[in-house]
Every structure is written in C-alpha cells, then in structure tokens.
Design a binder for this molecule. Structure first.
Ligand SMILES: O=C(O)CCC(=O)C(=O)O
Ligand SMILES: [Fe+2]
Length: 210
C-alpha cells in the first residue's frame, strides 16, 4: 500500500469471510453479512428521505444511461458513522481520501448501464471531477436489501455477476497493480424487475477530498 487513499489485496484478505474473485485481471472481493440487517434498514430509511435523480460525468447522449436515484448520506448520522467505521476497519484507507457515502435506489425498470467508476482522463469533465482529489482508487459498495428479481451487478469483462443480497459488500481496485486504470472493472447495474433495490457506494481518491 503506497498511498493513504488505497488499500491492498493483502490487507483485505485478512478479513474474516472475505473472498477474492479468482481472476488475474482484477482485484475484487466480496463479503456476505458485512452489514447487519438493522444497519441496512437505517441506511435505506436515510436514502428514502433524501433521494434525487442520479447524474453521470461526461453525458454520452443516452438519457436512459443511469435512471436510478442517488443521495449523499449525512456524515453526522449514527448509521453513516457506523458504516464508515466498518469500512475503515476493513480497508484502513485514510477517511480524508473518501468521498461522502452515497446511497443509490432503483425502482423496477431502473438501471445504471455499463460504466467504470474511474473518470475517463480524456473526458470533458475530468478536470472538474479530479483536479482536487485526483482519480478514484477503490470502490466499496454494499447491498442494503435482497431484491425480488433483477438488479444484479454484472462485470462482463471478468464474467462475474453479483445478485443483491442484504448486507453483502463488493469492492474492487479501479487500477491495476502497476497503477494504470483497469477497464476490466466495467460494470452494469442491471434493471430491477421486481421490488426496489438499495445500495451504498463509497469511493476513495488519490488525494484528500475537498
Ligand atoms: O447498483 C449497483 O449494483 C452498482 C452501482 C454502481 O455501479 C455505481 O453507483 O457506480
Ligand atoms: Fe459503478
């Protein structure tokens, strides 16, 4: 681990119950029951209160690219602090390098088409999103509920699909070990077919946030 905005496969592997995706192309892990049902419920409640339409960096002409809703979670709220504590115990990333935790909510028919969480260096909005805190390093996301049908997160390059299950964490390095951006992190939050889907996303940056 060279940067306080990063974690390492070695560190994550030490956590009880965590599993690494057996692929040389990506550093990706998942852990069931990372969040308690109680914490998930509190976070879903916060998302329901504050949600707004999601946006994307570098609009690409597809108005249906990301149809879900988003919210920035109040960092002072007990549930958010508990979540941050769990993440820090796992990844050891300096909290100063974290973006505020976001919640995402998808109704039936809503999705977030295939994208990477890193910002395209050639994109028109790269300066706007990265000039202060730098590029995104790691993504940590957790499913807050088990979705009745649909809503899986599909990583088509590494052929791995996660079905949303309450409390499950999924995390990955947006870079390769040599520091280059990793296009194998491409993922699609597929349409929810039945029920509502709630997740939290926590992104970390190369430099301190804000
Ligand atoms: O909802 C998901 O399954 C993934 C969410 C996601 O990829 C994102 O918010 O960047
Ligand atoms: Fe994403």
């Amino acid at each position: 681990m060279t940067n306080p905005g990063e974690t390492s496969a070695q560190r994550l592997q030490n956590h009880d119950g965590i599993r690494r995706l057996p692929s040389p192309r990506i550093e990706m892990f998942s852990c069931r029951d990372f969040l308690s049902a109680e914490l998930c419920l509190s976070l879903m409640d916060l998302i329901d209160r504050d949600r707004r339409p999601s946006t994307i960096a570098d609009p690409n002409g597809d108005d249906y690219f990301r149809t879900s809703e988003t919210c920035d979670l109040d960092p002072q709220h007990d549930a958010v602090q508990e979540l941050e504590k769990l993440l820090f115990a796992l990844n050891g990333i300096d909290p100063a390098h974290g973006e505020p935790v976001q919640g995402q909510r998808y109704e039936p028919g809503q999705e977030f088409k295939a994208h990477t969480d890193y910002f395209e260096p050639s994109g028109q909005d790269f300066e706007k999103f990265c000039s202060v805190a730098g590029q995104r390093t790691w993504t940590f996301m957790a499913y807050l509920n088990t979705v009745e049908a649909g809503g899986a997160t599909r990583f088509k390059v590494v052929k791995k699909t996660f079905q949303p299950e309450q409390g499950t964490l999924v995390c990955w390095n947006n870079h390769r070990p040599d520091g280059s951006l990793n296009p194998a992190t491409l993922h699609h939050a597929m349409k929810v077919r039945k029920g509502v889907k709630y997740v939290i996303t926590k992104w970390y940056r190369e430099r301190p946030w804000g």
